[in-house]
Design a protein around this ligand. Structure first.
Ligand code: ADP
Length: 181
């Protein structure tokens, strides 16, 4: 599914984020920046050891990456030029500022992309795996945040790469809802 928002294409696809050829892909990392399971593990495997080395250099300067913040490395062996590593919130019921922290993760990733002159970027569904953020809620937060950001800042494309068919459907429903409300 695709929607134009101003001059930016917002697209939703099912696939593997490590194979995307956008200028940047976003990693749902953890605060240590040392890799983990899920999409984080897949990105470090596909990108190779260079990404972990760059993450360690960042850690040496600023420890790790707090929840909601973002840092940038190269894409190592992947087709993408950059990986933006952001940390989504762990879901713990919804009263621990999870929505705002998820919004921050998307906004800070997009701001960092813009600062680096990046025009096309792919996101995974941040926080909805091991971090257990309910995917229907997360989809609405993700899409509303991105929509708002790209109304003010132009990109060529912002792509969501959903791993499962079910997640793609949930994101498609959320996008329709955002456009009809
Ligand atoms: P978090 O810790 O932020 O919840 P996870 O990696 O556990 O991050 O899950 C985030 C989402 O990424 C999940 O929907 C998971 O299915 C998805 N995912 C896992 N591997 C990939 C991949 N290679 N490409 C795109 N999405 C992926």
């Amino acid at each position: 599914m695709e929607k134009m928002i101003g001059k930016t294409k917002l697209s939703l696809i099912q696939g593997d984020i490590t194979l995307q050829e956008t200028e940047a892909i976003v990693n749902a990392a953890n605060t240590s920046l040392l890799g983990g399971g899920g999409v984080d593990g897949a990105i470090h495997r596909a990108g190779g050891s260079k990404i972990l080395e760059e993450c360690k250099q960042i850690r040496a300067k600023q420890k790790g990456c707090p929840t909601g913040e973002a840092v940038i490395t190269t894409g190592g062996n992947m087709a993408t030029e950059y990986v933006i590593h952001t940390v989504g919130p762990v879901w713990s019921g919804g009263n621990r500022n999870e929505e705002q922290l998820l919004r921050n993760a998307y906004c800070n990733s997009l701001s960092l992309a813009e600062k680096n002159g990046i025009k096309s970027i792919s996101f995974p569904s941040i926080s909805t795996g091991v971090y257990r953020f309910p995917v229907d809620k997360a989809a609405k937060v993700a899409l509303a945040t991105v929509k708002e950001f790209i109304q003010e800042h132009r990109f060529e494309e912002v792509r969501f790469v959903l791993f499962s068919e079910r997640d793609l459907k949930v994101y498609e429903e959320a996008l329709k809802e955002i456009f009809t409300s």
